[in-house]
Design a protein around this ligand. Sequence first.
Ligand code: FSX
Ligand code: SF4
Ligand code: SF4
Length: 318
Amino acid sequence: MKDDHMLPETQQKKAGVTRRCFLKTVAGAAAGIGVSQMVNPTLVKALEKGLKRHPVLWIQGQACTGCSVSLLNSVDPSIADVLLKVISLQYHPTIMAGEGKTALENLFGIAREYKGKFSLVVEGAIPTAAEGKYCGVGEYAHKEYTMVDLVKEVAPMAGSCLAVGTCAAYGGIPAANGNVTGATGCRDFFAANGIKTPIVNIPGCPPHPDWIVLSIVHLLEKGIPELDDEGRPMLFFGENIHDNCPRLKMYEADQLSQTLSDPKGCRINLGCKGPSTYADCYKRKWNSGLNWCVDNAVCIGCVEPGFPDQSSPFYEPA
Ligand code: FSX
Ligand code: SF4
Ligand code: SF4
């Protein structure tokens, strides 16, 4: 069992994902967006020496699983390879083979063995109403576990927590107006329960796969990245979309799109929330760099703590 927790070079080779291949992906993704600090010599050297044997436990609460899907579909080599064969991902409800008692036994086993050293990834909000009964996650040691129980027990044992997606970070869609389940994000849940584990928020509904992968790499190799007031890495969420938008000149010249199919023009009158949103989508783009929201629709401010209520209705000006 112990060997399964480790990911030495031989296992990476066996898995068919070489370190060179992984380095290329990280360097490529970082270079493509001009994030020089991600490929600085220290980091490259650290990666060349070998990734730390650092288990990651990924748990899911109130989520649409879009965060995992975004991650799993979008990077070459596939992020499934990176997570399963390069990073030591030990628990993930959607993609792991184990289930039931065995799966939770493994989760608690890793948490105990690597206390203070593993990273906990939380996807989805945590429903706190009705003693957490809106979200059961399994049974362990003759006890039914809710998401509330799991986070309360495992999060304090983690060295760090990555709140992946706006739901996990701030409550997101499950915590929107009419929130009968008491859905809440990690930040508020940790504060309410005295959990001191540091959190890195990686919002987005869903988040960009680069934001997740590069944050994990940063965490493993250089520690917690610099965060903004909302707990998000400055690296990805430090810039205002509107101030950097390719359509800013059109905004300033009052050239405004009349319809979504209008290929030119600023989208402000169609509901674009770029002015109140901080993320690097304007230069990173989505779908392997093919396009981004403003190309075909509007920015709905999906990375902001007030999403979705704050940016609703999406297609009406703020
Ligand atoms: Fe939330 Fe993740 Fe939105 Fe979905 O799983 S951040 S609903 S797109 O994707 O949790
Ligand atoms: Fe700003 Fe949106 Fe207009 Fe771009 S399209 S300039 S982000 S309002
Ligand atoms: Fe979210 Fe806006 Fe980025 Fe689209 S452009 S992914 S809505 S932050």
